[in-house]
Design a protein around this ligand. Sequence first.
Ligand SMILES: Nc1nc2c(ncn2[C@@H]2O[C@H](COP(=O)(O)OP(=O)(O)OP(=O)(O)O)[C@@H](O)[C@H]2O)c(=O)[nH]1
Length: 256
Amino acid sequence: MSGRKAFQRNGATPEFKMALVGALGVGKSALTVKYITRRFIMEYDPDLEGTYTKHEDWDGHDVIVHVMDTCDKEDSDPGRYLKWADAFLIVYSITNRQTFDVARDYMESISIYLKSQGRECPVALVGNKIDLERYRQVNKAEGSSLATEYDSVFYETTAAEEYELVEKVFHRVIQEAHHDKYGHILQQLYIADDRTTSWGQQQPQSQQSAQQLSQHPHLHQQQQQRRPKSPKGASDKKDEKNQQKKTLNKFFKIFN
Ligand SMILES: Nc1nc2c(ncn2[C@@H]2O[C@H](COP(=O)(O)OP(=O)(O)OP(=O)(O)O)[C@@H](O)[C@H]2O)c(=O)[nH]1
């Protein structure tokens, strides 16, 4: 049975929740707003955290995507996105090695958390700001290697240039999340990495709504109940490793 047929029989609108996490200043907000509005907005309030919703039109069918642009602070509870999300984008800046180290910590912590819950979610490692190649501190092979270590997909991208670069990352994660939820072979449903097939055009957002979002990034903020999802085997590669760094110790409080 093809994914498409199953999708058509199942009347419910597919819905996915993904959380962007990472160090401050890596471009989580820029990537979120780029995906939602197709626009690059230069400055955000670093203390703001929000959840945004976008309707994708795939081959005439509605797909709802919720994106949480997180902002972790010392005392904040990561449970707000760990429990909520169907998928995670762990973002670092290729121009800042420290943010790559933080991304590594997130990879580890999220992996351990999911395993403790018997859950598995798509996790993508995303190296952002490739438009600033001249300032690169983390080479592509390092990112790729870290992602491989955790059985995650890896992308380098930039919020500052073509929308398609950002779209590709989000669509790949949606692909994976769709597979987890509906158990379909993704290549039959959506796109291959080179985007040769099925993803429909984005529903164009009105200029007005894009402007409103840019001026009030939390316009579409909303809370949603998490939908159940089918588990997928977690990476076993890090079972023995328990080297949580201070900044991420809070993760353990959730499930210990
Ligand atoms: N050149 C370039 N600048 C970017 C890119 N993404 C984000 N920025 C800039 O980097 C700065 C930080 O981006 P944010 O999106 O606020 O980063 P964040 O990860 O959300 O961090 P906080 O807002 O501190 O939580 C802003 O000035 C952005 O305009 C990118 O891909 N390329």
